[in-house]
Design a protein around this ligand. Structure first.
Ligand SMILES: C[S@@+](CC[C@H](N)C(=O)[O-])C[C@H]1O[C@@H](n2cnc3c(N)ncnc32)[C@H](O)[C@@H]1O
Length: 429
């Protein structure tokens, strides 16, 4: 299928239409080959994972990585949100709010880059994309089409600021999003969160088993769910009276446990009777540290899609390293570390092709230090406003070599890391 008709067919299937035009860079690509020239002086570290920084347009970078048949386990990107404030350049021109084709240009730009990115993902890989309300809906359609709706993992809702209510007209919007897609949903396995039973106030009772089992809360044994005869039996209360789930034998109520399990619970102090106004009630004692078979348990649950990583933290991190440079809204390293932690692969190959200030590399190095990981990170960013040379590289250089915060506090270098700096160029084929 020709390039044009494959885009048309994509548009029809995804329900997302845009005007497709080749970027000047793509025209140039047809006659040139991509080279990545290493800047020899910009090479840091002698041991540890090898990270790379590519300066140049990410379309070149992504194509170069694909030509080299590279693969990545985790991609995090934070593309321009296209809000018209001189942050999205298309074909070397800023796209402003007046531009009627602003959405079309943004989708076309993202489509090409995400198509390349998809090819770079390992079979069990995952991509995270930061975005806000301005393009979230279009990006979701684009990604459903590109990665497959079945591979949608989550639309993380990130609380990114607080107290913006004063200058908002109707509703204070303090959130942006991170769309997450798997390359193949069945192959992706995220780590689970450990449930903090320690500070959970619902565990408020204790008995003689507290040292081993922890505190407990009471869970009604009487329950209305799917009916099963084996769970519908008579229980004898402490005063000899007869108790039936829902007050009678027969649908809809049953007990949560069958008779054998109930008898085990009674014998082993997992059952508690209480006399209430309406009569006797039977409860399961749900303990902090053991399950309902008296086995030690660490409670794990899937992570939630509501997250809280403030932009202010990201700005402070960067200002502490480079107080004299300005960069709007670097992402907090904690956000990217949360994603690295979710994937739970200590040797993951990480890619960020809208690297900006290079928070993803900094986050990767911090995460490696915290969990003895060996992750490597590849960054691609253009050099708009000399960002790559004045911020991305110096920031990570300082992170590797150590620096002093604005408060005067010294931060030890993440010295077991190597970083190489390349420039992407086009050369006559
Ligand atoms: C929103 S910022 C990313 C910020 C980053 N997440 C951080 O924490 O610092 C987007 C960055 O992508 C860069 N960029 C935009 N278009 C690009 C392109 N076509 N190729 C490479 N970089 C690009 C911009 O210069 C900008 O620095």
């Amino acid at each position: 299928m020709s390039k044009k008709s494959s885009i048309q067919s994509f548009q029809q299937k995804s329900g997302l239409f845009w005007e497709e035009k080749a970027e000047a860079l793509e025209v140039a690509l047809a006659k040139n080959k991509i080279i990545a020239a290493e800047k020899k002086k910009l090479r840091l570290g002698k041991q540890g994972p090898q990270h790379r920084l590519f300066e140049g347009d990410n379309l070149l970078g992504l194509k170069w990585l694909n030509q080299a048949k590279e693969k990545f386990d985790l991609i995090y990107i934070d593309p321009p949100y296209n809000t018209g404030s001189k942050e999205f350049k298309y074909n070397d021109r800023y796209v402003d709010e007046e531009d009627e084709l602003r959405h079309s240009k943004w989708i076309s730009f993202m489509y090409k880059r995400l198509l390349e990115a998809k090819q770079l993902l390992t079979e069990d890989g995952v991509i995270f994309i930061s975005i806000d309300d301005y393009e979230q809906a279009r990006l979701k359609l684009l990604c459903d089409g590109l990665f497959g709706q079945q591979n949608f993992v989550a639309n993380f809702i990130r609380k990114c600021k607080a107290g913006s209510g004063h200058d908002s007209r109707q509703v204070a919007i303090e959130y942006d999003y991170v769309l997450c897609y798997a390359k193949e949903i069945d192959k992706l396995e995220f780590a689970k969160a450990t449930v903090d039973v320690e500070s959970d106030k619902k565990y408020r009772y204790s008995d003689e088993f507290v040292a081993k089992r922890g505190k407990y809360y009471l869970r009604d044994l009487d329950y209305r769910g799917s009916y099963s005869k084996s769970m519908d039996y008579v229980i004898e209360a402490p005063d000899g009276s007869k108790l039936k789930s829902g007050g009678k034998i027969g649908k809809p109520n049953t007990w949560r446990w069958n008779k054998a399990k109930f008898e085990w619970g009674l014998k082993n102090d997992f059952i508690e009777f209480k006399q209430r106004k309406e009569g006797w009630k039977v409860y399961i004692k749900q303990y902090q540290y053991v399950d309902n078979q008296d086995r030690k348990r660490v409670r794990k649950l899937p992570h939630r899609a509501m997250i809280d990583f403030s932009n202010a933290k990201g700005s402070n991190e960067l200002k502490d390293i480079l107080p004299d440079e300005h960069f709007s809204y670097p992402k907090p390293t904690a956000l990217i570390r949360f994603f690295l932690d979710l994937l739970d692969k200590k040797e993951a190959k990480v890619l960020d092709f809208f690297a900006g200030s290079g928070s993803s590399l900094h986050a990767t190095m911090l995460q490696n230090q915290a969990d003895d990981g060996e992750r490597s990170c590849t960054l691609i960013t253009n050099n708009e406003n000399e960002i790559c040379q004045k911020i991305t590289y110096p920031r990570n250089k300082k992170a590797i070599e150590g620096y002093k915060k604005r408060s005067g506090k010294k931060v030890k270098g993440l010295s077991d890391n190597q970083l190489r700096y390349f420039q992407l160029k086009l050369k006559d084929a």
